[in-house]
Ligand binder design. Structure first.
Ligand code: WTA
Length: 653
């Protein structure tokens, strides 16, 4: 975060005029009521859900175990599909584009409902019943959403694994979840190539022990080869397409698990966070509605993959529950042209674009001329998620994509929170580039001293916690309740019974929240706490720097010093090649930039130029590896889960 006073953008009258939450007063009164009359507030909001049996208690809370809407019975898939059939049966639920140009499909609500029922029946025929786990390893196609919905319809628990994960990761998740059936596809198109998925599943099934008895295989491209194992593998045509298009949704307890989603923690072993039915659905519904200000004719596009929590809440559940038409895209954002995203926005008249700062910075690096070739006039609301958005990227997005008339909804949340926790309401909140602004109704945030757990008030950085339970909170770590309690709810005596996000944050003097990044990436230089994200935000403000990562190294005098790794823009490389710029001056300017934005104490000891920063498949920079390199001069850890990374990528130019 810069020390400058942030810019402020008041709500746009053209958005506020038709917004569900059209003023700060209304937003504030929601937040007040959610805390002061908790039960009445949630009971009122729960009316959007069809319950087969009404709940008898809004919340039972015994740290760390929450039961929301206790005693109620419902089916999430019925709430996302069946309930729209009468009024929206012929409305488009999903518009899909494959990466190869010209491949488009549209599914109405009736069609998506029928597909979901067929998949439920196919799963059922394989012996899947309530409580069974189904591992989903699929490309971005409508069938993936339908498979998640099909599991929900049967009461089976899906665990979606992002298609970029390795066979080893699938094998680990099969063992941990005890999944009985896998739903996969032959492959998917990415950057012009057909990436095989089924063969990765085959390999996973040869590793370790597992309980898989059958594999359903969707054919993305029937012309591609796809080996099938007789007796275990079932083709889509035989299993799904021949199944009946009707299946009654099974009423489930509010607290039956809906899905498990694995995420990385501070240890090497991924945690299988699980979410349950009613509370999750309620939050997916209302947060989508409030934050993207859902209108009936919207075309909503969340660019996340279904394998991440964002793809669960804001593709598979939130938009469907709201009867919102959504767009889904299979492939790489830059294929076959760097302006593929902008072409698709114009082609499908997309109104809401929810994406990540990393994607925005990538677009920035290829210049504003590309979006300028497209109208983008259909866009109404923009969103950002996954990491702190630096003000430079925010402004670029605001000006070049939103043409200064689309609010940017920066949503702060986690796999564990199930849905957005902190975000502006587009018709009500004053926006500040780089701040996710205020907590959603019922989200009681606090910033506290990491040692004592005492509230720090405004203007001081500390640990971000949530003091009260909220409906979409994860209910546990699959098979490891003790780890759940210890990691999030009782991490130390100072944090007993409050939810520890693990993030470093600060409230500004107007009560807006600035999240700086994970606490585990916090550096302490000469007694000053500095967020790695803060240093990185300063660096990417430099015209030649496209992406940056800061890590701490031991320093005899300052305690800790900073080493930064930066990736340069394409333009910077051209300028270096033509002799207009040189590496040393860029490194010096980068140090100065950090000094200017934060203060001299934060200037890095060293600036290193990397061809590519190591990233996890979800796009997060792996600082642990960089730290190892900065401290030991080499990387000893495992790099197998990284995207596009070779050790060579870190060698200096
Ligand atoms: C970070 C993604 C700042 C944060 C939904 C959090 C953010 C972690 C934001 C969770 C944001 C996510 N501003 N930081 N708008 N959104 N984060 O589980 O560090 O993949 O703890 O969930 O991402 O990542 P996860």
């Amino acid at each position: 975060m810069s020390t400058h006073k942030p810019a402020k953008i008041p709500p746009f009258p053209h958005i506020a005029a038709s917004a569900h939450i059209s003023s700060e007063t209304v937003r504030q009164s929601f937040c007040d009521t959610a805390l002061s009359q908790r039960d009445a507030f949630w009971t009122q909001l729960s009316k959007v859900i069809k319950f087969h049996k009404p709940f008898n208690e809004v919340l039972e809370w015994k740290v760390p175990r929450a039961s929301w809407f206790k005693g109620g019975e419902l089916n999430v898939s019925e709430n996302c599909l069946d309930r729209h059939l009468r009024d929206r049966g012929d409305k488009t639920a999903i518009i899909w584009e494959g990466e190869p140009e010209g491949q488009t499909r549209k599914l109405t609500w009736s069609e998506l409902h029928a597909l979901t029922c067929r998949i439920s029946n196919a799963l059922h025929a394989q012996g899947v019943v309530k409580g069974d786990r189904v591992l989903v390893y699929m490309p971005m196609v409508p069938e993936t959403v339908a498979t998640m919905q099909a599991c929900a319809r049967l009461g089976a628990i899906h665990t979606v694994v992002f298609g970029g994960f390795s066979s080893q990761s699938i094998s680990d998740r099969l063992q941990d979840s005890g999944a009985k059936v896998i739903v996969t596809a032959d492959g998917t198109y990415r950057k012009g190539r057909f990436m095989k998925l089924k063969s990765v599943v085959d390999e996973a099934l040869t590793k370790g022990s597992h309980s898989v008895t059958s594999v359903l295989v969707f054919r993305r491209d029937a012309a591609q080869e796809c080996a099938m194992t007789a007796g275990r593998d079932f083709s889509w045509e035989e299993s799904v397409l021949k199944a009946s298009p009707a299946r009654a949704p099974l009423p489930l307890d509010s607290e039956d698990p809906l899905f498990i989603l694995y995420t990385s923690g501070t240890t090497g072993k991924p945690k299988g966070l699980y979410h349950t039915q009613a509370g999750y659905l309620l939050w997916a519904h209302w947060s989508t509605r409030w934050l993207f200000d859902v209108q009936d004719n919207d075309i909503f596009w969340c660019t996340a993959d279904c394998g991440w929590i964002t793809g669960h809440t804001y593709i598979a559940y939130g938009p469907l529950s709201n009867g919102l038409t959504q767009f889904m895209y299979e492939g790489a954002p830059t294929h076959p042209h760097k302006d593929r995203f902008w072409e698709m926005i114009d082609r499908h008249k997309i109104s809401t674009l929810y994406t990540s700062p990393t994607a925005i910075r990538m677009f920035m690096s290829s210049g504003e001329e590309l979006p300028a070739k497209h109208s983008l006039a259909s866009l109404r609301i923009l969103g950002s998620v996954g990491e702190p958005i630096n003000p430079e990227a925010w402004n670029w997005f605001f000006e070049n994509i939103g043409h200064k008339r689309c609010p940017i909804v920066d949503t702060y949340w986690q796999t564990e929170t199930g849905g957005a926790m902190v975000a502006p309401f587009p018709g009500a909140t004053v926006l500040k580039p780089g701040s996710a602004t205020k907590g959603l109704p019922g989200v009681l945030l606090d910033v506290v001293d990491p040692d004592t757990g005492k509230s720090l008030g405004r203007g001081k950085k500390g640990a971000l916690i949530i003091r009260e339970p909220w409906p979409s909170m994860a209910r546990g770590i699959w098979g490891d309740p003790a780890r759940f309690e210890k990691t999030y709810w009782r991490s130390s005596p100072a944090f007993d019974g409050v939810y520890l996000t693990g993030d470093l944050a600060m409230f500004d003097d107007e009560g807006d929240l600035w999240v700086e990044g994970r606490m585990d990436d916090v550096l302490n230089v000469s007694g000053h706490r500095i967020g790695t994200a803060e240093v990185e935000s300063a660096l990417v403000g430099h015209q030649d720097i496209y992406e940056a990562a800061a890590v701490g190294v031991p320093d005899a005098i300052k305690g800790q010093g900073i080493v930064v790794f930066v990736e340069l823009t394409e333009k910077a490389y051209r300028d270096i090649a033509s002799g207009k710029r040189d590496i040393d001056s860029i490194k010096n300017e980068a140090r100065e930039q950090v000094g200017l934005e934060i203060g001299s104490f934060a200037k890095p000891n060293e600036v290193r130029i990397a061809k590519a920063l190591p990233k996890t498949r979800s796009g997060k920079i792996m600082r642990r590896l960089l730290r190892e390199l900065a401290v030991n001069g080499e990387i000893r850890g495992d790099t197998s889960t990284l995207e596009d990374f070779s050790k060579d990528a870190l060698t200096e130019e």
